[in-house]
Design a protein around this ligand. Structure first.
Ligand SMILES: NC(=O)c1ccc[n+]([C@@H]2O[C@H](COP(=O)([O-])OP(=O)(O)OC[C@H]3O[C@@H](n4cnc5c(N)ncnc54)[C@H](OP(=O)(O)O)[C@@H]3O)[C@@H](O)[C@H]2O)c1
Length: 328
């Protein structure tokens, strides 16, 4: 399969290039950056490719291509329809197609969605939890915090009730490569802080996915924290346990949901180090019987399972390959 990678100079785009360069069924036809146009792609020198301009790659797109968009949400919202019109299939790593309600884009992403009719068509791609319809041509690749949260919590919803509280902690690559004062080394090192409190844009996609899985409305209170490390996400979620639920029930539900996948259920607290640079996920759960709180954990590498690795899982599903092809 020929693939186009838009945003190949960014953190998730670079990770996509690394993975796709080794994928047995993919060939990178073009990888884009306007800033780096004409310069070699250093993360996979064996390919002998240079970055091409975004517009030149979109002009190439055809029904022979799967296009990965590792671009800002507003860019993806404009670019994906053009690529679909040219017959390409699209896996978008941004939030541009993750929410079903067009009005939510103004509130959570700060722009008016230019193609609201595509929101109903986009498939929300967590392959272990949501089967992909065979005719899918547009995948909304879930957010990094959302992936860790949904994988940790979704199998536990039958054992719990009420709202879910989620604490997420991420390394600095989660914010992308753009220069920003708050992301300077001196601001981040030896520091820990919450950010976008009450308005993080991953909140509504977590709520939507968990509500679909639960068959009831699930409200989520999510708080993101910035940790002085480069990559990795750990989420800790707090759920109200139904009567008589034990830790072993929660671990059993996680085991059943993820048997045979790259999501590992662990009986000790998950750690980011153990999933770093891999598409693996660690999930775990513990009942705090004193307060009837089921505590769920999820650890991922934000750039692999939280972005590029999951996008490749979705491409695999789209073209009929086992979802972990090229990722083990
Ligand atoms: N970082 C993460 O952990 C993570 C995880 C999951 C999802 N995501 C999502 O993935 C997307 C990329 O994130 P990132 O962190 O990799 O970003 P990044 O490091 O800031 O890179 C952004 C990329 O987008 C390109 N770009 C910027 N404006 C563009 C435009 N108008 N047209 C085409 N390309 C444009 C840039 O190309 P130039 O070189 O030309 O500037 C660059 O390659 C975002 O939507 C983000 O929310 C990120």
């Amino acid at each position: 399969m020929e693939v186009l990678v838009f945003g190949a100079s960014g953190y998730s785009g670079q990770e996509l290039v690394r993975i796709l360069a080794r994928h047995p069924n993919a060939r990178i036809a073009a990888a884009t950056s306007d800033r780096e146009a004409g310069r070699p792609i250093d993360v996979a020198p064996e390919l002998g490719l240079s970055h091409v301009r975004h517009d030149d790659a979109s002009a190439m797109a055809s029904r022979d291509h799967v296009a990965f968009l590792a671009t800002p949400a507003e860019t993806s919202a404009e670019l994906a329809p053009r690529l679909l019109d040219r017959g390409a299939r699209v896996v978008d790593l941004s939030g541009a197609f993750r929410l079903s309600d067009p009005a939510a884009y103004r509130e959570w992403y700060g722009f008016v969605h230019p193609k609201p009719e595509l929101l109903a068509e986009a498939h929300y791609g967590i392959p272990e939890l949501f089967a992909m319809p065979p005719t899918t041509r547009l995948v909304a690749n879930p957010g990094c915090y959302a992936t860790a949260s949904i994988l940790a919590v979704a199998p536990l919803l039958d054992l719990t009730e009420g709202p879910v509280i989620i604490d997420g902690k991420s390394g600095t690559t989660g914010a992308g490569k753009k220069a920003e004062e708050a992301m300077l080394f001196a601001e981040v090192a030896e520091n820990l802080r919450a950010y976008r409190v009450g308005k993080h844009q991953h909140t509504p996609e977590i709520e939507e996915a968990l509500s679909i899985r639960a068959g009831r409305e699930v409200k989520v209170s999510f708080t993101a924290h910035l940790v002085p490390m480069r990559r990795g996400i750990l989420v800790t979620a707090y759920l109200r346990a139904k009567p008589n639920v034990a830790t072993r029930d929660a671990l059993g539900a996680l085991e059943r949901a993820y048997a045979g996948t790259m999501v590992r259920v662990v009986d000790r607290p998950p750690e980011t180090q153990r999933v770093l640079n891999t598409n693996g996920t660690e999930v775990g759960a513990h009942l705090d019987a004193r307060t009837s709180t089921l505590i769920a954990f999820g650890a991922i590498d934000n750039l692999v399972r939280g972005a590029a690795g999951q996008a490749v899982q979705n491409m695999n599903a789209m073209i009929g390959l086992p979802i972990e092809t090229g990722l083990r």
